[in-house]
Design a protein around this ligand. Sequence first.
Ligand code: ASP
Ligand code: MG
Length: 308
Amino acid sequence: MILVYKIIEHIKKSEMKDILKIQSAVLKATHDFMWLKEMTQLMPVMLSSVTDPLAHDVFDSSIIYDGQRLELTKSMILHKQISMSRGDMKGIYIVSPNIRLERPECKDSGRHLIEFSQVDIELKDATGEEFRKFMEELIVYILSFVKKECKEELERIGRKIEIPKTPFKVYDSVKLKEVYGADYEKIVSEKEKEPFWITDLYREFYDKEDPISKKHLNYDLIYPEGFGEGLSGAEREHIYDIIIEKMERRKTDPKMFEPYLKIAKEGHLIPTAGGGFGVERMVRFLTGKKHIREATLFPRVPGEGIEI
Ligand code: ASP
Ligand code: MG
C-alpha cells in the first residue's frame, strides 16, 4: 500500500470547487427529476445481513457486531427489491454509499473506487426497456441542468457538454465480443461519441433471464470517449424457484442469503427493473477527468492507501 495523496493539496486544488459544484448540480437535478416522476427517496443502509454478491471478486468487507456477521453494502439491490414488495410505490431511489474492496490491480482503470456513491433506482412493473428509457430521460435532464447552471465551471475546466440524442444505441454483448474480443467494452467506449447501452451480460442471480432465448435481461450504460461503464442494472428475477436455480448455476451459497430467500419464498417480491449510476463516475465524465481520483474530494482508489 502506498499513500499517494497529500490530501490537503488535493482538496485545495483550484478546480476542485468547480468539480464539487458540478457534482452538486448532478444531485440537485436527480432529486428534481425523481420528484417530478413521483419516485420515493429511501435512506441508504450500510450494514446488513445480506448484500449484493457482485459478479466479480472483491476482498471481504464484513464485520462482526454483537456476535452477528454484517456486510457493508456493496449495492442496495436486495433492499430495493424488498422495499418494492410493498407494491404501492411507483419507484424508489437512494443516494447509496457502497463499499467494494476492489483488487489493487484496478488502480489504473481510471474508474474504480473502493468507496463510492451510486444513485440506485428501482421501478415497479417495468421492463428493462422501460427502465432504460427512464434513465435516458434522467441523463438528458441532468446534463441539460449542468450545462445551464455550471457554464463558468465547465469553461474553467475546459469541458463542453453535448446533450445526447435519445434513444441511446443498444448493443448486444455477445455480438460485440464476437467482433472486438474480450475488451469490447473499452474499445466501443473509445469509438462512440454518445452514451450507449450494452445488454445481455453474464451476472448475478437477481438479474432475470428470458425463459426462451436465455438472454440476460440486464444492461450497462457506457459513457463514450473511453470513460466506460457508468451504470449497471436489470429486470429482476422475483420467483423463488428460479432464484434458487440461478444461485446453483452461479455457485452462490444460498446460506449467505437466507433472510432474502425467506422473503422471496413467501412470495413477497414483485416484478421490477432498475439500476444504479455511479455519482463519481458521472462527475468524472462531465468534467472529462482521466482518473476518477481527480473528480473526487476524498478519493478511495484501490491500492493507493487512504490518507484521511
Ligand atoms: N445497482 C445495480 C443494480 O441495481 C447493481 C450494481 O450496483 O452493480 O443492478
Ligand atoms: Mg457494473
